[in-house]
Design a protein. Structure first.
Lengths: 401, 226
């Protein structure tokens, strides 16, 4: 019997009993759809968290002065530092090919005043590259201009919160504010972005790093933010940083480098495990669908006893009957799986429509795996009914009409 | 050529063993026309099923065209049924979801025949049995006589040498029953062996050779002398 004829026969048989076929297809579609959708949700959660972390800046490394000897716990923020990180240290780091951008950070606290209003704020000294590293966006004006970082100019960029509290709704651009007794011209306002790395970017005033060092009368840096040349370049960048700083610090390995990737990887692992767990739970519904296919096929076999007897009488050997009924299960589960994929696509589409911020994406491996497992389930659970059909005694099968 | 010697077949009904056939000897030569008669339970259907390889005897030897059919495996027996034997049943046993033409075509499909050749044979068979105009109807849209014609077309489309008919007119009115019988007898005239089980003596008498079954044995055989 030709394969095409087998498929056609099975398909016609499935169409011939619409109610049971529809029920089976529904069960299979729900099973496969659930597996795909739930893994898509898990994948979405993973992407969501990854994206949140990436918003800190991509391929970020942070150099902190001081060596944390203890494992676990945050590195010491103050003291214990034999040598300070200096602006020159930061600028030297740019020599490594693995490093794309370097933003030295000096930080302190000072009153910011405009006309009669004054408030305490965190003052961050940095360079133009901070803008790209932290992926900031401007609400008004522009960020610190590029230029020689060791020369301070009297310009500042305000966080949106400070700007609102000082000047209200009017534009601060071009106005002069006093920061710690010095005058700075406002050239931009940072757009709302929320907290990142524990620092509220709305409640901050950014000035050139040299100005900040002058303001706080220090030559040291709070930390250095570094953007590596790419994800693969991160380990290389880390090595380069340690090497360069060591060379400059008389062979002392006295800085700590934190990579964003290390953090991300942990989350990646957690969410992959979560996705697999959820997918596994959904796979139970696939098994249920398989059992339903088995039930339906068993009913079908007893309903079609005479047909099977007849097939035997007109010359079908056991193997052929086995093939016919197995292929019917296969056809059912294949169409069911296909419907499940469609269901999952519609589901993700709807989810993206209602929650555009949550990136529900179907991982391709889930799609193929769910479809394959769906068809396989149909085949496995189709074996028993098909064997029963093949084993029927033709005389007995034909004795009833 | 059918040669049966010492064929026995018994069934277990509850705790009791029922001997449907006991030491049956039967030889049928090519082109013969047999009717098998007898009361119900006398073993005539069992005999037909064993001849048609739908059932295996418990004892005895059945040789079909000089091949020991009892020793064939399932696949070989299926091939013999496909090529050498055509069944006509009392209840037609058409597949309800398939059209008349598709029912007739079924043996060709199972045999894996090429679609073009299939079409040719199908058209020919439908034409020969006068059901070409009903080809696209489903069995439930056909009369009993038409259904049995479809069944006969299906039984003959593989051009077997033996036609086995189990009460072929049992579910038909007299007119269409006679019709069907004429068709079957014409097949016999073409040289096919025709074996028909019936409990209607009047129909049975139309056969050249008549066999009376009684309690699993051949009671009388009008053609045994040959």
């Amino acid at each position: 019997m030709k394969t095409f004829d087998v498929l056609q026969f099975s398909f016609r048989a499935a169409v011939g009993y619409p109610a049971r076929t529809l029920l089976t297809l529904l069960a299979m579609a729900i099973g496969v759809g659930a597996v795909i959708l739930l893994t898509a949700l898990g994948e979405g959660a993973r992407l969501y968290v990854t994206r949140e972390f990436t918003s800190l800046g991509t391929h970020l490394l942070i150099v902190i002065p001081g060596r944390s000897e203890t494992t676990g716990g945050p590195p010491p923020l103050l003291g214990e530092t034999p040598r300070d990180l200096t602006l020159e240290d930061a600028l030297m780091l740019k020599r490594s090919s693995a490093i794309r951008r370097v933003a030295p950070v000096a930080i302190g606290s000072a009153p910011v005043a405009w006309q009669q209003r004054e408030r305490e704020a965190t003052i961050m000294g940095s360079t133009a590259e901070m803008f790209d590293i932290r992926q900031l966006s401007m609400a008004q004006g522009r960020f610190l201009p590029a230029g020689n970082p060791s020369r301070g100019s009297a310009v500042c960029v305000l966080g949106y919160k400070i700007k609102r509290e000082l000047v209200g709704n009017s534009s601060p651009l071009g106005e002069w504010v006093r920061i710690g007794g010095r005058r700075f011209r406002v050239i931009g306002v940072i757009a709302a972005k929320g907290q990142s790395l524990g620092l509220d970017m709305g409640d901050i005033a950014i000035i050139p790093v040299a100005s900040a060092q002058m303001l706080f009368n220090t030559s040291s840096l709070f930390r250095i933010l570094i953007q590596a040349g790419g994800r693969e370049a991160v380990p290389r960048a880390k090595k380069a940083i340690l090497k360069i700083i060591q060379d400059r610090h008389e062979g002392e390995d006295d800085v700590t480098v934190i990579t964003q990737d290390a953090l991300l990887k942990t989350f990646d692992r957690i969410f992959n495990a979560l996705t697999l767990t959820v997918g596994g739970i959904a796979a139970i519904s696939l098994a249920v669908a398989g059992i339903l296919i088995m039930n339906v096929m068993l009913i079908s076999v007893s309903q079609r006893k005479t047909e099977i007897g007849l097939l035997k009488a007109i010359g079908s050997p056991r193997s052929q009957i086995l093939r016919l009924f197995l292929s019917e299960s296969a056809v059912l589960s294949l169409i069911g799986s296909f419907l499940g994929v469609v269901l999952a696509l519609v589901g993700t589409w709807a989810s993206l429509r209602f929650y555009p911020n949550f990136p529900v994406t179907i991982p391709w491996w889930a799609l193929t795996a769910a479809t394959l497992v769906g068809v396989l389930t149909g085949l496995v659970f189709g074996v028993l009914p098909a064997r029963r059909a093949a084993g029927l005694e033709p005389v007995e099968a034909l004795s009833r009409r | 050529m059918i040669e049966m010697t010492g064929i026995g077949r018994s069934f277990q009904v509850g705790t009791e063993a029922v001997h449907a056939l006991q030491a049956v000897d039967l030889t049928v030569r090519g082109g013969e026309y047999l009717s098998v008669m007898g009361p119900s339970g006398s073993g005539k259907s069992t005999l037909l099923n064993i001849i048609g390889l739908l059932d295996r005897p418990d004892s005895g030897v059945y040789r079909l065209d000089d091949v020991n059919a009892t020793e064939l495996n399932d696949t070989q027996q299926a091939a013999v049924r496909r090529h050498k034997i055509g069944f006509v049943f009392q209840f037609f046993h058409l597949v309800p979801r398939l059209t008349a033409a598709e029912n007739v075509e079924l043996p060709l499909i199972l045999a894996g025949m090429d679609p073009n050749e299939r079409k040719k044979r199908l058209d020919h068979a439908l034409e020969a049995l006068g059901i070409a105009d009903r080809a696209r109807h489903r069995p439930d849209q056909l009369s009993g006589g038409q259904r049995q014609r479809v069944a006969i077309a299906r039984a003959t489309i593989m051009r077997p040498g033996i036609i086995l008919a189990d009460e072929p007119t049992g579910n038909l009115d007299r007119a269409s029953g006679n019709d069907v019988l004429d068709i079957l007898e014409n097949l016999n005239k073409e040289g096919k062996i025709l074996i028909m089980v019936t409990h209607d003596p009047e129909l049975g008498r139309r056969a050249k050779r008549q066999i009376q079954m009684l309690d699993g044995r051949i009671g009388s055989d009008s053609g045994k002398s040959a």
